[in-house]
Every structure is written in structure tokens, then in C-alpha cells.
Design a protein around this ligand. Structure first.
Ligand SMILES: Cc1ncc(COP(=O)(O)O)c(C=O)c1O
Length: 488
């Protein structure tokens, strides 16, 4: 790796500009004066205002027309991860996924997308006007969530939909499981189309050889990472990486300028520059520690009789190609508590908050910020809460839900988004075209999306899960007495 990875061009200029204490007669309105903003200063410290500079100040380059420090910071980022170009994002992987879709497909073009995608991917479908062909979710029998996308499934979809212009996948997911991204990239390229990867949970992957390969390293064309999720960057700070020649960088740059604020936060950008430098210089050492702590935590959890922590043993089935050890997927259902109850005990009695909860599991993420003391605290708390559970009368876990087939798409997400709608009783909605997203949560996979036809099996299924106490997320009327449909 090039020795200038120790440099932080943007952050260094930001510090210089802050220390210059200019007399500002321009935005932002706080004029970098903390005493004029006492409440925010008491929350975040005075320095946050002093460093909240923008491109008007000397040396602060502009995200949408980077020429100096910011261009170099992004170049260093690309070099650190092995991308041909990297882009700093100030609206999370959310804007990255939306922009990926817009860069790869447009009105009426077909894109292959797994159904278990983040809502920003659906946002990208609405914005682009593309026609999705969904990869049906295959629920892992133990974890009861689709953990990966199998190459053969996508091959079959590409055979049936030879007009597809891109494949989009999420890998790793919340649970830390990865698909065979290299295999999917080769497959997409055989068809002459790009592979877009939502790697929101994998920004740390490029920096350690014992972690699964990042999508950037195995041939994906566009990769989106939340640097705030697993690295040290501030919330909302994210990255996009480009490789290959299937996506036009000028078009991508244009889309990013269209979708992101014209007043990008230097704090967010500075945090990306710092996070890259830290990982490029010390990532291996920091992640070695995180991996060892994760191993220690996983082994410790497995000694607690009523708990289990998943790991590599799920690799090889259901499309699972690799596992990120820093994600602790802890099965708590054998304690007699469901994930939500277990998580509530951890929060109320130990002030511990995990990353994600489902009916059977809590998911805790170990990062470069953790240490032995913090992991021991987690292990002790898990032990205490687990013991409480086994003393309680065993409560039934949430029922295993067998979902109906994916509904038929009548109009695409964009057309549905702009169509006139009306509200009908849910019981009378059979045959209508849904105008809303309807998602039982957990597991958080949309059962109906705008533009899809509502059939009798779907009505029965959604009523059944609602009756089981599962929350319904997305529609205006979450009681599902009524539903919004496309007006005829
Ligand atoms: C799989 C996945 N993709 C994308 C996102 C959006 O990321 P961000 O919060 O950085 O916008 C999330 C956020 O939780 C996510 O879980």
C-alpha cells in the first residue's frame, strides 16, 4: 500500500481552516461561534461549531466538484480498498443504494433484486422507474430469515429475464452472512451487466485478510458501505466504490450531485477521511483485536446453556458463502423468552442495546471500538438474563410463518408511487393493486409492494400474522382494517 495513506488531506485542511477563526459573513448561520448556540454546545461540545465549515472557507474542497483535498482524500480511499474510484456519501448507504440503481437502470428496464432488501433499494426502484424481478426469499430453517442469495437462483432468473440490465444484492446482511459475491459478479458479467452490492454492513471487510472478502475485491461493479456502521465515521457518513467499465463514472457523479445536499457537512466528510486513514494504517491490528474479541464472545455465549451464537457452521447451505465473525447472532429463544423480551431485559437491567432483534435472536456487533472489558460486561449480562429466562415458565416463541408466493407485479414501483389511490376495506381488497408497502415486522420482508396484486392467499396470510401479534409496518392503517389500492 502506498505510504501516503497516513495523510488526511481533507481533515488536515479542515483543522487549518478551523484554527484560522475567520470572520464569517456567510452560511452557516451559527458562524462557528459556540456561545451563540449554548444548547447544542452543551450536547456536542463547542468544537463541533468551530469545525462545521464549508467550501467557502479556504482549503475546504467541494464534494460535488472536488478538485483538491477532497479529490485526493477520495483517491486515497479508493487506493486503500482497491477500487478504481471511491465517493464520499453524506446521506448514508441510503443515498448510495438509490444512486446505484439510478446509475445502472432507468425507466422500464429490468433489474434483479432480492426481496429482502433495505427500503433504500425500493427507493431506488421508485426513482429509477426500473422493473424489479425479485429473488424470492429462501428462509433459513433455523434463523428463519433469508441469509443469502444463491448464484444458481440468479442464473435461472437471468435465463428467464435475458433483458435484465443489472443485478443488485445485499451482502452481508444484518446477520453477517454473505452471498457468493464473486460468483454473482462473474455471472452478471457473463450477461454483460453490472453487479450492484449493498455492503452497508461490511465497510470493515477490505481491511483484514481473515474477514470475508469485500465485494470490491471480488469483482462487483458498484459497492455501497456505511462507514458509520462498522468503522469510526460519524452517523450518515458512507462510501461508494466503483470498479470495471459497466458504470459510467461521469453519469454516477452527476446522479450523486443530483441526490445529495449542495451543502455537504465537513464533519461527516472529515470523519470519512479519518476513518480511512485509521483503517489503512492500523486496520489490521484493530480488526485482529475485534475478531479475537468476537471469537471469545462467541465461545463464551456457547457455554451459556440456553443460548447459542451462530457462526461459520451455516456456510455452504441456502446460498451462504461466508460469515463475518464480528456479528454475534445470539439465539435466545431456548431461554423461554423471545428476542424482544430478552433485549428489553438487557436494556432495562444492563443498559445494553444490540443492533437488531428478531423473534428468536438478538444481534450484537463487535467493532474496532470494543475491548475485553466491554465484551465481558456483555457476557455477564447475557448470562444473568439467560438465567432469568430459564427460571420463567417457557413462553412459546413466535409461530413459524409460511409466507405465500410473491405477488404479481401489475405496475412498477414508480408507476404505483405516482398513481391515484383509494382506500378499501382489507377484506374487499382481493384482486386490487396495492398502493402501499405491507411488511410484517419481524422478519421485515415486504409481503406486498406498491403495484402488486392482492390475492386471497395474501389477505389470509397477512390477517393470520396480524392475529399472531406481529407488527405490520408500512401501510397508513397498520391495523389492516383498510388498505390503499390503486384507483381504477
Ligand atoms: C442492508 C442495509 N442497507 C442500507 C442501509 C442504509 O444505510 P444508512 O443508514 O447508512 O443510510 C441499511 C441501514 O440500516 C441496511 O441495513
Amino acid at each position: 500500500m502506498n505510504s501516503n495513506q497516513h495523510e488526511t488531506p481533507f481533515l488536515t485542511n479542515l483543522i487549518k481552516a478551523r484554527d484560522a477563526h475567520e470572520y464569517s459573513f456567510h452560511m452557516p448561520g451559527h458562524k462557528f461561534l459556540p456561545d451563540k448556540n449554548p444548547l447544542m454546545s452543551s450536547l456536542a461540545g463547542a468544537l463541533i461549531f468551530e469545525a462545521d465549515l464549508n467550501e467557502i472557507s479556504p482549503g475546504i474542497d467541494y464534494l460535488h466538484a472536488a478538485k483538491g483535498a477532497l479529490l485526493e482524500a477520495q483517491r486515497l480511499q479508493a487506493e486503500a480498498v482497491g477500487a478504481s474510484r471511491s465517493y464520499f456519501l453524506i446521506n448514508g448507504s441510503t443515498v448510495g443504494n438509490q444512486a446505484s440503481m439510478l446509475a445502472a437502470v432507468h425507466d422500464g428496464q429490468t433489474v434483479i433484486v432480492p426481496r429482502a432488501a433495505h427500503r433504500s433499494v425500493y427507493g431506488g426502484l421508485i426513482l429509477s422507474g426500473a422493473n424489479p424481478v425479485y429473488v424470492p426469499p429462501v428462509y433459513h430453517p433455523q434463523v428463519e430469515f433469508p441469509l443469502a442469495v444463491a448464484v444458481d437462483t440468479v442464473r435461472e432468473l437471468l435465463r428467464k429475464h435475458a433483458d435484465a440490465k443489472a443485478v443488485q444484492i445485499t451482502s452481508p446482511n444484518y446477520y453477517g452472512y454473505l452471498s457468493d459475491v464473486g460468483g454473482l459478479a462473474r455471472l452478471a458479467h457473463e450477461h454483460g451487466i453490472p453487479l450492484l452490492v449493498d455492503e452497508a454492513h461490511g465497510a470493515h471487510l477490505p481491511y483484514h485478510p481473515d474477514l470475508p472478502s469485500s465485494a470490491i475485491q471480488v469483482g462487483a461493479d458498484l459497492v455501497v458501505q456505511s462507514a458509520h456502521k462498522t468503522l469510526g465515521a460519524l452517523t450518515q457518513a458512507a462510501l461508494m466504490h466503483l470498479n470495471g467499465s459497466l458504470i459510467d463514472p461521469a453519469h454516477l457523479q452527476h446522479i450523486l450531485a443530483l441526490m445529495q445536499s449542495s451543502s455537504p457537512s465537513s464533519l461527516l466528510i472529515g470523519s470519512l477521511d479519518a476513518a480511512r486513514q485509521q483503517m489503512a494504517l492500523n486496520g489490521r491490528e484493530l480488526l485482529t483485536n475485534a475478531i479475537q474479541l468476537s471469537k471469545y464472545a462467541r465461545e463464551g455465549i456457547r457455554t451459556i446453556g440456553s443460548l447459542w451464537c451462530y457462526g461459520d457452521e451455516l456456510i455452504g447451505e441456502y446460498g451462504i458463502f461466508a460469515h463475518d465473525p464480528t456479528k454475534l447472532v445470539i439465539r435466545v429463544s431456548d431461554t423461554g423468552m423471545n428476542g424482544q423480551t430478552f433485549a428489553a431485559h438487557l436494556a432495562q437491567e444492563h443498559n445494553i442495546f444490540g443492533e437488531f432483534v428478531d423473534p428468536k435472536h438478538i444481534i450484537c456487533s463487535i467493532t474496532i471500538a470494543d475491548d475485553q472489558q466491554r465484551v465481558d460486561y456483555l457476557l455477564n449480562a447475557l448470562r444473568t438474563v439467560a438465567a432469568k429466562g430459564t427460571q420463567m415458565a417457557a413462553k412459546a416463541a413466535a409461530p413459524t410463518l409460511v409466507a405465500p408466493e410473491l405477488p404479481q407485479m401489475v405496475i412498477n414501483p414508480r408507476q404505483a408511487n405516482f398513481a391515484a389511490t383509494r382506500t378499501v376495506p382489507f377484506s374487499k381488497a382481493i384482486g386490487e393493486v396495492c398502493a402501499e408497502q405491507i411488511m410484517p415486522y419481524p422478519p421485515g420482508i415486504p409481503m406486498l409492494l406498491p403495484g402488486e396484486q392482492i390475492d386471497v392467499n395474501m389477505v389470509d396470510y397477512l390477517r393470520y400474522v396480524k392475529g399472531q401479534g406481529v407488527s405490520i409496518v408500512g401501510p397508513e392503517d397498520t391495523s389492516l382494517e383498510t388498505v390503499r389500492v390503486i384507483a381504477r
